[in-house]
Design a binder for this molecule. Sequence first.
Ligand code: NAG
Ligand code: NAG
Ligand code: NAG
Ligand code: NAG
Ligand code: NAG
Ligand code: NAG
Length: 610
Amino acid sequence: MALPWAFVLLPALFFLSSSVTNLFFSNSSSNGSGGRCSLCPQSPEVSFCPLSPEVSPCSQSPEVPYIVSTTYRTAYHFQPPRNWINDPCGLMYYKGIYHNFYQYNPHCALWCWGDIAWGHSVSTDLVNWIQLEPVIEPDNPSDIDGCWTGSATILSGGQPVILYTGVSRDNCQVQNLLFPKNPSDPYLREWTKAGNNPVIQPVVPGLNRSCFRDPTTGWIGPDGLWRIAVGAQLYSYNAALLYKSEDFLSWTRVDHPLYSHNLSNMWECPDFFAVLPGNNSGLDMSVSIPRGAKHALKMSVGYFDKYLIGVYDLKRDAFVPDTIVDDCRLWLRIDYGDFYASKSFFDSKKGRRIIWGWSQEADCRSDDVAKGWAGIHTIPRTIWLDSDGKQLLQWPVDEIESLRTNEINHQGLELNKGDMFEINGVDTFQADVEIYFELTSINAAEPFNPSWLLDPEKHCCEAGASVHGGIGPFGLVILASNNMDEHTVVHFRVYKSQQKYMILMCSDLRRSSIRPSRYTPAYGGFFELDLAKERKISLRTLIDRSAVESFGGGGRVCITSRVYPAVLADVGRAHMYAFNNGSATVRVPQLSAWTMRNAHVNVENGRSAI
Ligand SMILES: *[C@@H]1O[C@H](CO)[C@@H](O)[C@H](O)[C@H]1NC(C)=O
Ligand SMILES: *[C@@H]1O[C@H](CO)[C@@H](O)[C@H](O)[C@H]1NC(C)=O
Ligand SMILES: *[C@@H]1O[C@H](CO)[C@@H](O)[C@H](O)[C@H]1NC(C)=O
Ligand SMILES: *[C@@H]1O[C@H](CO)[C@@H](O)[C@H](O)[C@H]1NC(C)=O
Ligand SMILES: *[C@@H]1O[C@H](CO)[C@@H](O)[C@H](O)[C@H]1NC(C)=O
Ligand SMILES: CC(=O)N[C@H]1CO[C@H](CO)[C@@H](O)[C@@H]1O
């Protein structure tokens, strides 16, 4: 499970998840089932706009009717017809059908203590989805206060099982098992909770039983037994605790964790998978892993999904990172924006590994109640390891391209300092844009300061799109009003480090809405590029109303952002530009853009979609 805004944005409260949960959300189970969420008090509103601390808290901002308009509702991202969602759980491909299970509040658009169930949707193409009934709800002592995040595993005989975290009384977190009632149903509509739940209790010396959750997909260990890892906080350290089992029913803890670290927040939603350097085929963790494979360990920690690349040492039965970086601010991130609690699975249909995450609303809770929904899942992404073996690359699954229409192309553009080239001919609220920037010279690159790596958001604020540089800023201006009062910028800057070039990519939301009380940071991340060899930097941006997903350098840095332009919502039209504000001229050898059609995402009567 991942915790909503209040937790994510207030690091100081991070260590307090359960008590904070109780502070922020009343015990809603006392009001029966209907309309329970009105019992969740408006939280003591956190002022989550660090760049403008003077803005009034959301609860005091006037109710504005356009909030309930469809402007912000995504057209091709995953979301249920209404209500709250958070983490993707139990992803799998089974008998020709993709399954997305997810943390879901069947009662309202807020996260409420005691309400969280597993929503369930199915698809044949990862683009169009049909919502089925929730598969589990809190109804027994081992999950009475919530059916939290878990994972699916397909056992050797082809039978799927799910392990999930149940919250029992007093925020005691346990791991529970689920079986499909009828494995021959490809839709897996009904599931049964195992009679012997919980199958794993929080009994580990030093374990905080309120910080023990989110079991991974199982894999076969060196001794032929099943393994899973569970996120945990112990005495003074955080760990992916390792468990093993012969039959997936009874589990024993291995005496050491898969991996641990002393200096970071609780590791939520660990994910552990094998990858081959430079090969975008996925690997199935339940079968034997080829030689030369590396492993990635991902954990959701603090604000972000971070990961380490290393090897799975079969002798020690432990993950060993290739390089030890004590300062977890320097760990690489799956996404540098509003993206959390991601999970991956092996797609046996196409032999790839797919990951997706939860992108939560960055507006106010009162807005979410007015909209009637909160939370989306990102576009599913193929994920693999770069050929240098150092970092993961991600790219939207090809299937999403089936929504492209109205293609426009430009070649051979030249952008001098201060130029803005307007991109016309596509729906600027629902678009897919791919653009290559070619550097005419790399001499103008300014020196890189390694301390920027500790806080790329801060550097993106200091080096915004209107701060002229040597090479860059250049990139895309999207969702821009006529007078630029509102606009969002995705841009790059090129720096010269000792031996190499470092590219900064920012997704700057500070001017994305004139309406106050939105979380509008400037997100950022760095990647290395061998510019002596390759002079082109690519950017792909998927715009879907309130969701903007950008992939820089072929998927080296990914940034998901949530934006709520107010003027544009009224006008219904936005501008989009390619721009350059650096002193070196930048060429655009190729720019392609498409309007994105609506997908059938959990729409009622959407049966025709599948
Ligand atoms: C265990 O975690 C909870 C929730 O984060 C926290 O409130 C509590 O103080 C922790 N207990 C100990 C003994 O650290
Ligand atoms: C929620 O309320 C019920 C009924 O009033 C009570 O039994 C239970 O202990 C409460 N749970 C929490 C977490 O406060
Ligand atoms: C919940 O219960 C309280 C106390 O019985 C009642 O005042 C309130 O109206 C109820 N709320 C809803 C949404 O049913
Ligand atoms: C990539 O890995 C897959 C799966 O192990 C393998 O079948 C394929 O040959 C590899 N491709 C290359 C180009 O090495
Ligand atoms: C480029 O810089 C100028 C001057 O600082 C600024 O007015 C303009 O808004 C910048 N362009 C973008 C896209 O931010
Ligand atoms: C590297 C390091 O300091 N590891 C310590 C982390 O915390 C555990 C438990 O307190 C110690 O046993 C390790 O030595």
